[in-house]
Design a protein around this ligand. Structure first.
Ligand code: PEP
Ligand code: CO
Length: 452
């Protein structure tokens, strides 16, 4: 038996532990039935791909590559359609090209996609017309409509989630394989919004330079240029609904251990990382790379124990520590954590999530984020890592390829009064297409200042 499998770990040993953020399913029989069905459906990803991602993350932790981890806060079943997926793939590819071009190192693309359907909530219940109904917890658990029936946790959604993830992944793989990753078309770069920005010239030069580089490779070798069209793309979600994730956690031939075959990487949310709880029990037994969200409230001691529990063999490329303190707290909280992790000799990929500590309510009552606050946390993260002699190898962003109005600020100047124009998110506010490209450009600038 493997180390990680000792002490009676099984894909369902978490059932013996206290669980947070996962409501009771009233219909136990239906839950059992869905779980069994899901357990017998084919895997969405393979152990080979998972191991390949782990190797790439090991490169990131050694400062030789960068990880772009980004996508929707919550995907929804009803928006599993062509334009949404195409736009998401487009924005993820273009932001990654900006990073590659500016940084000159390989960029690992990891989407919050094809399974990001379950959400933690601060309140379990919501009062609707005097009645207490379950809060919306993402399409994998219940429906958005505020009625008692729709909000009751429904196990059939586990199966629907699997199918929606499969459809998304299928299209994603096709787009990444054939043509869409094609860099030959500068017209796919929509730049006009940057016109009034101080960086416009630099930005335009960068796109021209990417296009030129592609033409050059084309001219010297047509075959190599076809290679350019194929890109790697990995998937991830928060493994919050443990029924979904454990039903897809399996052994594979000729490899030790258990793999969660629903995604390449899964992450542990900020609200479910108590050492004694079900989520940590589940995560400690899987071979996949794991993200850990770390933000208030946390202690350095507990974080070190968590790292040791989830990666007792100190495998490189296994853990991504995703810090999300908020722009005002990061200065106080990040340096000590970096020092402690280094003192213990834990190999981790450091990632900055500048989204989840910087959410606020606008004066017109929208949940929003300010582009400058997001950038502020990223800048502080780079400054602190540089000062500590540590490598910040990743950013974690909530974004979309659509022209939504959910975050304020950026070169396109979205204001609070504009938020109701196209506010779509089911959960947290995302950077829109233009804000995402601009952010990638500014992230690359910070990285260059820190590490070149
Ligand atoms: C999220 O990533 O959408 C999320 C809920 O994050 P956190 O667990 O850090 O609050
Ligand atoms: Co979110």
């Amino acid at each position: 038996m493997e180390d990680t499998l000792q002490q009676n770990w099984t894909p369902t040993s978490w059932l013996e532990k206290p669980v947070k953020q996962l409501p009771e399913y009233p219909n136990k029989e239906a839950l059992e039935k869905s779980f069994k069905t899901l357990r017998n459906l084919p895997p969405l990803v393979t152990s080979w791909e998972i191991e390949a991602l782990k190797n790439k993350l090991a490169q990131v932790s050694q400062g030789k590559a960068f990880l772009l981890h980004a996508g929707d806060c919550a995907e929804s079943f009803s928006l599993t359609n062509s334009p949404k997926i195409v736009n998401m793939v487009k924005v993820l590819l273009q932001t990654s090209f900006i990073l590659i071009h500016e940084m000159g190192v390989p960029v690992v693309r990891l989407g919050r996609i094809a399974g990001q359907y379950a959400k933690p909530r601060s309140k379990d219940f919501e009062d609707v017309n005097g009645e207490q109904i379950h809060n919306y917890r993402g399409d994998l658990i219940n429906g958005f409509e505020a009625t008692k029936e729709t909000r009751t946790p429904d196990p059939q959604r586990l199966i629907e989630g699997y199918h929606k993830a499969g459809l998304t992944l299928n299209f994603l793989r096709a787009l990444a394989d054939e043509g869409f990753a094609d860099l030959h078309h500068p017209e796919q770069w929509e730049l006009n919004f940057m016109k009034n920005n101080e960086y416009y010239q630099e930005y335009e030069d960068m796109v021209t330079s990417i296009t030129k580089a592609v033409r050059f490779v084309d001219a010297i070798s047509p075959e190599r240029s076809t290679m350019l069209q194929k890109v790697d793309f990995y998937t991830s979600h928060e493994a919050l609904n443990l029924y979904y994730d454990s039903a897809q956690t399996r052994q594979v031939p000729r490899k030790p251990g258990f793999y969660n075959l629903s995604a390449h990487m899964v992450w542990l949310g900020n609200r479910t990382r108590d050492l004694q709880d079900a989520h940590v029990e589940y995560f400690r037994g899987i071979e996949n790379p794991i993200g850990i969200k770390v933000g208030p409230p946390f202690t350095i001691d507990d974080t070190l124990k968590l790292i040791e529990t989830l990666n007792p063999t100190h495998e490189t490329g296994k853990l991504v520590l995703i810090t999300r303190f908020g722009k005002d707290k990061i200065e106080k909280q990040l340096p000590g954590l970096i020092q402690a992790v280094r003192r213990e000799g834990f190999p981790v990929v450091w990632s900055s999530d500048p989204m989840h500590g910087n959410t606020f309510s606008s004066s017109n009552d929208y949940k929003t984020r300010n582009f400058d606050h997001i950038l502020g946390e990223i800048k502080s993260a780079f400054d602190i890592h540089r000062a500590e002699g540590s490598y910040l190898g990743s950013v974690h962003l909530e974004l979309t390829g659509d022209n939504v109005t959910e975050c304020v600020g950026g070169a396109n100047g979205t204001k609070e009064a504009d938020l109701d124009m196209n506010y779509e998110t089911f959960c947290d506010p995302r950077l829109n297409y233009e804000q995402s490209l601009e952010m990638a450009f500014l992230v690359a600038k910070e990285w260059k200042q820190s590490y070149l």
